[in-house]
Ligand binder design. Structure first.
Ligand code: NOJ
Length: 520
């Protein structure tokens, strides 16, 4: 029987679907229960950050950053009264760290620079040789093993001196950060080809300035957070332009910002606006100025904060506006969209929320945003409620970036699971499989994803959760002064994903075989 192509395709579709469903074979490279191919050019890696792993807080000329200072003055900042003075001791154990990366077979390692280890005065007048040597050694050791360094300039450990000068609230931070970035490109840019300017702006400004979860814990909601936002965006853009104009022509790398967010899903159709507000107030406020068609803050945020400020009797908006030149300066200032993602939430707004928000007269970021959110208990796998399992949210956020920000290339710079210890971390394995699969869904739908990063290479100082929440592919024994690292089951599984470039939902590693088996 002769059919034209159109009828033929329509005719065959149900058969193809039935075939895929019954045989669970790889249809389009995919089977939820079997295995799924990862794109050949997708970079796979693991990440850490300086304060969380390095330790050596005052070694060889390093000066204090805000976490050193604050925790030494308030020893029970973290729930277990711990600190990063020694942490995983990576300042001394970096060779073992690189060995672990070799064991995993990663393409890259994302780590951050400690500003005060390199520049103890905070400024570039004095370069600390020992700090430079440490990072040179790490970078060289990585490259020797064919692992690309992906380097974050700022992962929260602001020099204490700059904090005393206001930190992200002082507009001079744009110059200070620009000078620091320039000095770093001179020192390491011959070998580092991937730069991240700032890690997680929302968490810096909201958790550190708007409330007191992170240091410097200013707790000035609806005011300090917005000032921080503006200065941070400008400082990020400064580092981008310095690299783009002065270094890229010679060093030929890429530079981008990493934004972290949950995906906010509307509770139902009547809450679509509430969920949109949540997404805008968490991350649109950073993504829109850089990645949208025309730049600037999202209109909804500008109008809402301006209106509330007026009602509060203020002469101007608590969200300092961006001038036309500043909008231009920030717009497009990132080669990629760096994305950290861990979980999602359900957003809603109801009569009592309305009452609360409309009757709230003082400045408040939450009141400006005007939504409530929750995570259904059934999303919980494992012991921690920080990484509630909702992998579909990952696909949704990637789809949003694809559709709203013109399919900008995305580098997933963090994704991972919190546990309370143990080597047989089946929940983490489930989490990684679910989230990597969700990422592959997005790729199938057309998202342009160039890299995926597991957080974290090893257990580390988890900020206000101290050492109680662990994210490591490798477990670190913090009770042993030599800080031994041991691969968890998830390390075996991630290694196999990297080795085969296949996500095999059923792979069961033999943990009695050392992870080094193919390196010997
Ligand atoms: C995001 C941060 O960048 C990182 O420092 C932190 O440890 C992880 N999320 C897990 O909370």
């Amino acid at each position: 029987m002769v059919m034209d192509g159109h009828i033929n395709a329509a005719f065959n579709l149900p058969i193809t679907v039935a075939f895929c469903l019954t045989l669970v074979v790889v249809c389009g490279g995919y089977s939820r229960h079997g295995s799924r191919r990862l794109p050949d050019d997708l970079l796979l890696g693991a990440a850490t950050a300086s304060y969380q792993i390095e330790g050596a807080w005052d070694a060889d000329g390093k000066s204090e950053n805000i976490f050193d200072y604050a925790i030494h003055n308030q020893p029970c900042y973290a729930i277990d009264c711990s600190n990063g003075d020694v942490a995983a001791n990576s300042y001394y154990l970096y060779k073992r760290d690189v060995e672990m990366l070799r064991e995993l077979g990663v393409n890259f390692y994302r780590f951050s620079l400690s500003w005060t280890r390199l520049f103890p005065t905070s400024f570039t007048d004095k370069i600390n040789k020992a700090g430079v040597e440490y990072y040179n050694n790490l970078i060289d050791e990585l490259l020797k093993n064919n692992i690309q360094p992906v380097v974050t300039l700022f992962h929260w450990d602001m020099p204490q001196k700059l904090q005393q000068l206001g930190g992200w609230l002082n507009n001079n931070i744009v110059d200070w950060f620009g000078d620091y970035a320039e000095a770093v490109f001179v020192l390491f840019g011959d070998r580092v080809k991937y730069w991240i300017t700032v890690n997680e702006p929302f968490q810096i400004c909201e958790f550190g300035y708007g409330n007191a979860i992170l240091i410097p814990a200013l707790n000035l909601t609806g005011e300090a957070d917005y000032i921080c936002t503006k200065n941070l965006l400008l400082a990020h853009a400064r580092a981008y332009h310095v690299y783009d104009e002065l270094f890229r022509p010679k060093q030929d790398g890429i530079i981008f910002i990493t934004i972290s967010t949950e995906w906010f899903e509307p509770a139902d159709n009547s809450n679509i606006e509430a969920a949109n507000d949540a997404n805008q107030f968490w991350w649109g406020i950073y993504a829109h100025p850089i990645f949208s068609k025309h730049g600037d803050y999202p209109r909804i945020i500008k109008e809402r904060v301006a209106l509330k400020s007026r009602v509060q009797g203020l002469p101007r908006s608590r969200l300092p506006e961006l001038s036309p030149d500043e909008i231009k300066y920030i717009h497009g200032s990132s080669d990629l969209f760096g994305l950290n993602h861990y979980s999602s939430a359900i957003a809603y707004r109801n009569a009592s929320t309305y009452y609360y928000y409309s009757s709230f007269t003082g400045p408040s970021h939450d009141a400006d945003a005007g939504y409530m959110s929750y995570k259904p208990p059934e999303w919980k796998i494992g012991e921690s409620d920080r990484t509630m399992y909702a992998p579909w949210g990952f696909s949704k956020i990637l789809a949003y970036i694809r559709n709203v920000y013109n399919n900008v290339p995305v580098f997933i710079t963090e994704n991972g699971f919190a546990s309370h210890g143990g080597l047989v971390d089946d929940d983490r394995v489930t989490y990684y499989r679910g989230y990597i699969s969700a990422m592959l869904d997005a790729i199938d739908e057309g998202s342009y994803i160039i890299g995926y990063t597991a957080w974290s290479l090893m257990d580390n100082f988890e900020w206000w959760n101290g050492y109680r929440e662990n994210y490591g592919l490798y477990e670190v024994d913090f009770n042993d002064t030599s800080r031994p690292r041991t691969p968890r089951k998830s390390a075996y599984v991630y290694k196999e994903i990297i080795r085969t470039r296949t996500l095999d939902m059923n792979y069961e590693p033999d943990m009695s075989i050392p992870l080094t088996f193919d390196l010997l």
